[in-house]
Design a protein around this ligand. Structure first.
Ligand code: PEP
Ligand code: MG
Length: 543
């Protein structure tokens, strides 16, 4: 029995067997070979294997999802058979006398760069595909995994780190929990784990990763962050009973469904859910969310290999609005950049991505991308009660530009005879200190504010939320952050506007009373936190 610990991200326990996810690309080293022809034969064998895997995935996807979804794997097979791609690998092996893995990695990089720099958006999107196929090829060469949690049976995934796009692609029916050696508890990976209700521990350290192997029995305590490899019988029993306790607590909370979210002295507080895709809509409804306070629309883009079209976006937004049946749905416009990178956007890498080209900054410089999303949002607005929210606002002029883009989308739709609702509310996220400080200027321009405490904390305390080493310096209850929220609440109310909180701090019930005292009207949290928050609100007396 061996104990480790990391940051627990949700109050849930899992006990099961481990699958270690070894990432192939990124760990490739260059070695010199005296037999280049042998390396070429290795690539050929790996290519056959990769094509075999892809053919199987193609058949499965075709059976389960249809031709449209399956064709991407057909394209991947074609790319693996592409003459130029294979010639480049062989040339590098022969001329530089290097190992096959390195030649694939170098080819991947130059082909991905070439695709990303193309003007045609379809071709730009192929950068992601070339990375995908190269990663699979390297995995086949070195016996690493190309898919997270591939295989059968329930499992606990242990990995060095997971990107948000990898986390969303986890098969929730198979993955009981996941543990990462690196990463921080405020990252989008942690946020997604909370939403999915999967027990997870982040930042368990390198030693944990080197101590664990496939098939090991592991206890993951998502509450305390404890990890126990090969537990003895007594320990496993104790955690089993903890797991049952938390199931019982969940069942008790279910009794709150349908009851109003109202304080003891009668103040009604809207409790909404944060979702990252239509897949989480059921969880929001099952947990009795009064609305959607934050739909992170960028996950539509992250889950796609190319820009989602207006029709694809419309279908997704419509589904959420119809699913919520007239309750408020706040959809945030695209917020990529920083930890959420999408190859087909062809963004340059930046030395300081948290302070870089992200969110509304991308939308305002890529008007065609922004317009497609706004048109889809307005067209969806006839199916429910929609709020559109703009992230990473820092200035009056950014808000003006966002509002002008909305007007332009509306007038286009009008001219084309496409219906939309005039009742759409427009709001901004208060997630930069600048926005909070000038919230008196911003409040008259919009219908609502929503405080993004994750970024507001990062930017106020100057602590990169992706950097696990900074966690000891991040005081999530820091007075500076709380004062900025209070200031924004005061300015919102001075102008008769509503203010909510949709960052992770909204779920921190030790702050609920303080937030309500500041006048916060709405709290939006991951679906599993809706009922615990309702319990907290119903226990508060503000009089
Ligand atoms: C936030 O910053 O608090 C927020 C809700 O947005 P995200 O976590 O997606 O950046
Ligand atoms: Mg944010």
């Amino acid at each position: 029995m061996k104990r480790f610990s990391g940051k627990g991200v949700n109050d849930a326990v899992a006990i099961g067997n481990v699958s270690v996810f070894k990432r192939a690309v990124g760990n490739v080293s260059r070695t010199v070979t005296d037999d280049p022809e042998r390396e070429i034969k290795r690539v050929e064998a790996a290519r056959e294997k990769a094509i075999g895997q892809l053919s199987k995935i193609y058949e499965k996807t075709l059976r389960e999802f249809g031709q449209e979804q399956a064709q991407i794997f057909d394209l991947h097979i074609m790319m693996l058979e592409d003459y130029d791609y294979n010639e480049s690998i062989q040339n590098i092996i022969r001329t530089q006398r290097v190992n096959a893995e390195y030649a694939v990695a170098v080819t991947c990089e130059s082909f991905a760069k070439m695709f990303a720099s193309m003007i045609d958006t379809y071709m730009q999107a192929r950068a992601a595909d070339v990375k995908d196929i190269s990663s699979r090829l390297i995995a086949c060469l070195c016996g690493a995994d190309s898919e997270i949690g591939s295989g059968s049976g329930k499992t606990i995934i242990c990995a060095d780190d997971l990107a948000p796009s990898e986390t969303v692609s986890l098969d929730k029916d198979r993955v009981m929990a996941f543990v990462t050696a690196f990463g921080s508890s405020n990252s989008h990976t942690a946020i997604l784990a909370r939403s999915m209700g999967i027990p997870a521990v982040i930042g368990a350290g390198e030693e944990f990763l080197s101590s664990i192997k496939n098939g090991d029995r592991l206890i993951v305590d998502g509450g305390t962050g404890e990890l126990i490899i090969a537990p003895d019988e007594e320990t496993e029993k104790a955690y089993l009973s903890k797991q049952q306790d938390s199931e019982r607590k969940k069942a008790l909370l279910c009794k709150l469904k349908g009851k109003p979210s109202v304080t003891k002295d009668g103040r009604e507080i809207a409790i909404y859910a944060n979702i990252s895709g239509i897949g989480e809509l059921d969880a929001a409804l099952a947990n009795d969310a009064g609305g959607i306070g934050l739909f992170r629309s960028e996950f539509l883009y992250l889950e796609s290999d190319s820009f989602p079209t207006e029709e694809q976006q419309l279908a997704a937004y419509r589904k959420v609005l119809e699913g919520m049946a007239g309750r408020t749905v706040i959809i945030r416009t695209l917020d990529i950049g920083a930890d959420k990178q999408i190859d087909y956007f062809g963004l340059e890498s930046e030395p300081n991505p948290a302070l870089g080209f992200r969110a509304v900054r991308i939308c305002l410089t890529r008007p065609e991308v922004f317009k497609t999303q706004l048109r889809a949002l307005y067209r969806a607005s006839v199916y429910g009660r929609l709020g559109i929210m703009f992230p990473m606002i820092t200035s009056v002029s950014e808000v003006e530009k966002c509002l002008a883009a909305c007007e332009q989308a509306k007038s286009e739709l009008k001219a084309e005879g496409l219906p939309f609702s005039e009742a759409v509310e427009l709001g901004i996220m208060i997630e930069t200190p600048a926005a909070a400080i000038i919230s008196d200027r911003l409040a008259p321009m919009v219908d609502f504010f929503s405080v993004g405490t994750n970024d507001l904390t990062q930017y106020t305390l100057a602590c990169d939320r992706q950097n696990a080493r900074l966690e000891p310096f991040v005081d999530t209850h820091h007075e500076a952050v709380l004062r900025l929220i209070e200031l924004a609440a005061k300015n919102a109310h001075n102008h008769g506007k509503q203010i909510g909180i949709c960052g992770e701090l909204a779920a921190d019930t030790s702050l609920t009373k303080a937030f309500l005292k500041m006048g916060i009207d709405e709290l939006s949290v991951s679906p599993p936190f809706v009922l615990p928050l309702k319990e907290a609100v119903r226990g508060i007396d503000l009089s």
